[in-house]
Design a protein around this ligand. Sequence first.
Ligand SMILES: Nc1ncnc2c1ncn2[C@@H]1O[C@H](COP(=O)(O)OP(=O)(O)OP(=O)(O)O)[C@@H](O)[C@H]1O
Ligand SMILES: CC(=O)N[C@H]1[C@@H]2OC[C@@H](O2)[C@@H](O)[C@@H]1O[C@H](C)C(=O)O
Length: 392
Amino acid sequence: MNRNLQQLFNMAEKESRLGIGLMSGTSLDGLDIALCRFNGTGLNTTFELLHFTTIAYEQDFKQDVLSVFAQKQVDLQKLCLLNAKIGSLHAEMILSALKQWRVQVEKVDFIASHGQTIYHAPRRLHQLPGYPDATLQIGDGDHIAVKTGILTISDFRQKQIAAGGEGAPLALYGDVILGSKTGENRLLLNIGGIANITYLPGDGGQVICTDIGPGNTLIDAACRKYFNKPYDEDALIASSGKVNSELLQALMDHPFFEEALPKTTGPELFSLAYVAEAQRNSATIAIAPEDLVATLTAFTAKVIVDFLRESLQNKVDQVFVSGGGARNPVVMQHLSEHLPTVQIQDTEAIGINPDAKEAILFALLGNEAIAGEPLAISSNPAVLMGKFSFPL
Ligand SMILES: Nc1ncnc2c1ncn2[C@@H]1O[C@H](COP(=O)(O)OP(=O)(O)OP(=O)(O)O)[C@@H](O)[C@H]1O
Ligand SMILES: CC(=O)N[C@H]1[C@@H]2OC[C@@H](O2)[C@@H](O)[C@@H]1O[C@H](C)C(=O)O
């Protein structure tokens, strides 16, 4: 047997695997790196988070990525260069994290890399007849595998699209495996750039995993534009402004919120252009920048509250929050005020570090790709995802 397949075969037969999960989300704040020990697969998976770090992106690099991010027209050469560069950069970041943790490279069985989403184009967004649902993540896995010497699994979303999904949210698989509990109607809420949820009914009923609207992406974009800040740390800007109810109403007025579940979205829709149009429609173009940030923050929170009340008809007993938005006190305050009967905690309460959650979920998908079986969850595609890159 060829040595790559032999290595894979041996790894699939092991009782436990050490895997690194990588996530660099739509917020472009940096690379999340989670080193996890997995035992078992599928619904019998147990995991331990051994180490976690986020390595921040440098400002120039972030600007470079932003230049090709979520836009219909980009510099194609830049996109091509970044595909290789991001792979190499992520490899360097992994090696530096392993060094810092004093973990030997040889001990790690696999890397599961999400890559950098550059464009997400579900049919509902592009509306071009004859074209499928599509999404693009860059940061090629071969560069990571060759540079680190570790088997790398990457580009998870394409398979899910090929099997009939929109390529997101992939949190579904890990959320069901790690978050379900019989007898509890749970909601796992991730407030990243985009907010997504997994509803896990306690009676084994239909699981729903969907994007629901903007998480931090509009707040971040407004902070970049008006305050030259990457985000509204501790919601200090939002707290200094007033929510403009006309603008809030106009922001809510979009067919995305009425569309059937599950659905996905991204900064391609929820952008400053979206905000500008809502401002025009509500004659609020002249509002103060801090009022704009306050209103965008209220928008993020209201979308979540409305979703729980309307789409899930108040059936949720417990919400477990993850992602950077869990650190936004104005968003969190709004949730607890408007959902008084729901217990809201972060995912630490179910043993998942809320900052590391998405990186853990990708590590788990890597573990499944190596040794799992396709998991049928409600009507979602039952597939094993990811492409294998061998170091040699
Ligand atoms: N202390 C804080 N106060 C307010 N907001 C915060 C704080 N810390 C993080 N955030 C928000 O969280 C964002 C980062 O969130 P996260 O890393 O979960 O996003 P992501 O993984 O890039 O997104 P996605 O999951 O949508 O791809 C920041 O850009 C910021 O908006
Ligand atoms: C295309 C893409 O990268 N989507 C991300 C994004 O960030 C949050 C939300 O939109 C979610 O749908 C998805 O990521 C998470 C990790 C997921 O697939 O579950």
